[in-house]
Structure formats: C-alpha cells, structure tokens
Design a binder for this molecule. Structure first.
Ligand code: PLP
Length: 463
C-alpha cells in the first residue's frame, strides 16, 4: 500500500542524508554507511520503535541513561514549562536560576556523606574533566602542587574528551588522537572471572586493590592526588568487583592521604540498587561525577558532587575557580533533572531496583541462560549485567578472535527486536529501571533466543 511505500521512502531518505552528512560517534562510518543506520523514531516505557514500525525492547536504556523509561510526562512537562519561563540563563557573573539551585539541593539530598557541593557540566566527559582540574587545584591550594598524579584503571571508561580519555584505560582510544595528559597512571581492573586464575573472589578483590598501593609506592605518595574509578566498570563490559575490593581501595587511599573519586556516570541514580554505586559497595568517596540517569537522558546534564574537605578548601581558600561551561546547570536540563529525581523518589524506584526488580532480573537472566553453552559467566548488580561469551565454559576458554562472536550476537539481537550491547565478547544489559517483571521475562527470553542463534552462527562459521 501507499503507507508502506511512504515508510520505506522515509527510512531510505533519512539513511541517505545521514550517510552523506552525519558522522556518528564511536562508529566505523564507512561500514555503517554501506548498510544504513536504523532510524529510531519513538519511545514508550522500555520500548523504542524504528521507522519501519518495529518495536524493540531497549535492554540498554539508550546508553545506560533512560532510567525512568521513555515518554515520561513529568519530565516532558518540566522541560516545556521551563522553556516557556526561561529557556536559558547562565550562572557566571553573580546570577543563578531556580532550577539549578533546586537541583543542587535535590542532588545533595541523595548523595552519601558530606557530598553537598554541586558543580554542573553537560556530559559525563565534562564532569570527569572537572574532577581532574578540581582535584589537582585542590592539592595546589593546599600547598602541594606536586601531588598531581591521578591513578585510574585499565579498561576504565571516563569519556572521550582529552581528560576523560587520558584518565580512562581504553587501549583503542589511547591509540588515536594523543598524546594524552601526563601524570596519569593505570592499574589493572578487578576482573575476577577473566583474570583471577585460582584465587577466590575475596582474595582476588584484595589483590586487585593492593595494586593501587603498589602503584602509590612506586610513584611516591607525596605525588599522588587521587584514585578515580567506576564502582562497576560499565563500558568496559560490566566488570563487577568482588565485595572486598572497594573497601580496601578506600582504606589505601585514606592511609596515603589520597582523594577517592567515584565516577558514577553509569552507576548513579539507582542502577545498582542504591542511589549511587558507592553505597552498594560501602565506600564514601571525596568526590563523585554523575550524568546519564541524573536526567534519565532526557536532557544533557552532568554534575560533580564534592565533599566538605575539598569544597571547603577551594571555596574558602581557592578564590575564583577558573572553570565552567556556558551550559553549566542549564535551566531546562536542570528542571528536567529536578523532575526526574522527584519522580524517582515518588515512585521509590531505587527500592524497586534493590528489593524487587533487580534481584528478579539477575535471577531470571541466570535461569534462562543456565544451560546455554556460550554463557561463561554472568555478573551484575541491580539492573546492570555483563555476560562473558566463551568457547568452552567448562575449560573457561575464550574465543580466539575477541569481539567476533560478540558482534555476531549483537547483530542477532538487533535483528530480533532487542538492544543489547557487545563489549568484545561480553554482552551487557542495562534496561530502564522501571521495567516490569513481564518485560524482564520478555527481555530474558529474547536474550536466550539470540544467544542460541549466535551459537548456530558460531558452529556454522567454525569459530
Ligand atoms: N564516565 C563513565 C563512567 C561513563 O560510562 C561515561 C559514558 O558512558 C562517561 C564518563 C562519559 O560520559 P559522556 O558520554 O556523557 O561524556
């Protein structure tokens, strides 16, 4: 019929324009252009629709961010109202706006400890860059400018600005666009399943944390400013550290007077069943970066929450902090984030993740994959999970050409109405926090189906 033809034409037209002019982030553009990008046109709850009318369950909540699901009227209305009232004003030069002030208070109401001072930016990367500058400036104001080495981890993701890439530990990223910032060191990630050998989780967690102490001693404690890490490494493949890891990291930081910063861009706002991943792992960082779930991805906004130690020093002794962005605390984005936090509180969504849907999701995922031969190991917390695909689960043998099978699996998901991301040969899930049990069942059934299809492909291709 006409309607179908029109739909087909629309898709083809957008794909053509997109291929001609739109350079996609983190994409092999030539490969994408040869087949055309899928055009996503609409969202509702945990689903999105493409321009061909296919309904897709979004197992990634966009990019780990649409925590309250698509189509939330409360968030949309907050944006509309703020656009009507005051679409923009800045917070430089002695002015503030109501949404930014109220949002700072709302964030402080959910952050742990004394993380009560909120600096705004627009993306996770900018929040991380803010952390870097703030931490180094703090030590300089304290009279220790030589204490400026930051320690991060291999396979960590902290964004793709120069600062974020430098602090992150992604090998592929470091190979492009450098040289990167000096005075940044990386220790191994706490990847128990992949790297522990015979050690049990507890022992491995302690060993991985002690790599920090070794690095501090190698660099010299008087030179180390901070350790920065994601409570659970997200983009690195959902690497959940053993319970022993973070408390030991915190102990080591305190011992050598080194600041501890948590990059909560993915873990923040309920993902792991607490407001912040730091709470799930029992630590109280000195600073935290956050983005994504702060506005459920409806508007670009990020923040750094700063504890009294750093904030009081910089505010009382630091004078002007020469740092900020035109859109720091953008009123429309801030209004949406205020509405988002209030909605999360009203719907008790963090409790829902902790006590109900998180455990259900983790249990169903394990049940549905229990006898699936590709499934080597599942790790996760709350509503985030990572699954290692393996050639032989008994022998714990990985595939030779890392990433091939993951990509195959991702493509099967894509073709079967499921968005699930591949990180090498790890498949990762991070659905909206408002997902229902019925939707979890559907999600898990699709995961199983796509894993089975992947197994067929692996056998056909002799991988
Ligand atoms: N930090 C972490 C932990 C992230 O996961 C990300 C993005 O995925 C970032 C920083 C960068 O955020 P953005 O893409 O908003 O710059």
């Amino acid at each position: 019929s006409n309607a179908v033809t029109q739909t087909e034409n629309l898709t083809a037209a957008i794909q053509r324009i997109d291929a001609n002019h739109h350079w996609h982030p983190f994409t092999d553009t030539a490969a994408l252009n040869s087949k055309g990008a899928r055009v996503i046109v609409r969202g509702e709850g945990v689903y999105v629709w493409d321009s061909e009318g296919n309904r897709i369950i979004d197992g990634m909540a966009g990019l780990w961010c649409v925590n309250m699901g698509y189509g939330r009227k409360e968030l949309i209305d907050a944006a509309k109202q703020q656009l009507d009232e005051l679409p923009y004003y800045n917070h430089f030069f002695q002015t503030t706006t109501t949404p930014a002030a109220v949002l700072a208070q709302e964030i402080a109401s959910v952050t742990p400890g004394d993380l009560n001072h909120i600096f705004f930016a627009n993306s996770g990367s900018e929040a991380v860059d803010t952390l870097i500058r703030m931490i180094r400036h703090y030590w300089a104001v304290e009279g220790k400018p030589e204490k400026n080495v930051l320690i991060g981890r291999k396979n960590a993701y902290h964004g793709s600005t120069i600062g974020g890439t430098s602090l992150g530990g992604m090998g592929a990223m470091h190979k492009q666009g450098g040289p990167y910032l000096p005075n940044i060191e990386h220790i191994d990630q706490p990847y128990w399943y992949g790297e522990a050998g015979d050690l049990d989780e507890e022992a491995f967690g302690l060993k991985a944390a002690r790599a920090l102490e070794e690095k501090i001693l190698e660099v010299g404690p008087e030179k180390v400013a901070a350790f920065i890490g994601e409570p659970i490494q997200g983009a690195g493949g959902v690497i959940v550290p053993p319970a022993s890891y973070w408390p030991e990291i915190q102990r080591i930081c305190r011992k050598y007077d080194i600041l501890l910063a948590a990059d909560e861009v993915i873990c923040g706002f309920g993902r792991t069943g607490s407001w912040f991943g730091s709470q799930t792992f029992g630590i109280e960082p000195d600073l935290m970066s956050m983005a994504k779930g702060l506005s459920s991805g409806y508007m670009p906004i990020s923040a750094v929450a700063v504890g009294d130690r750093v904030a009081n020093c910089l505010i009382e002794k630091g004078g002007e902090f020469f740092h900020g962005f035109t859109y720091s605390g953008h009123p429309v984005a801030a209004a949406v984030a205020v509405a988002n936090i209030r909605l999360m509180k009203q719907e008790k969504v963090v409790d829902y993740v902790a006590d109900d849907i998180g455990p259900y999701f983790q249990q169903q995922l394990r049940a549905v994959l229990a006898d699936q031969p590709l499934t080597g190991h599942i790790e996760g917390a709350g509503l985030v999970a990572g699954i290692a695909l393996v050639k032989d689960r008994e022998a714990k043998q990985f595939f030779a050409d890392e990433g091939t099978v993951g990509t195959l699996c991702r493509d099967h998901c894509f073709e079967n109405g499921l968005i699930m991301r591949a990180v090498g040969d790890r498949m990762v899930l991070s659905p909206p926090l408002v997902i229902s049990r019925k939707e979890v069942d559907e999600l898990c059934a699709k995961v199983r189906k796509c894993f089975d299809l992947t197994l067929d492909s692996v056998r056909t291709q002799g991988l």
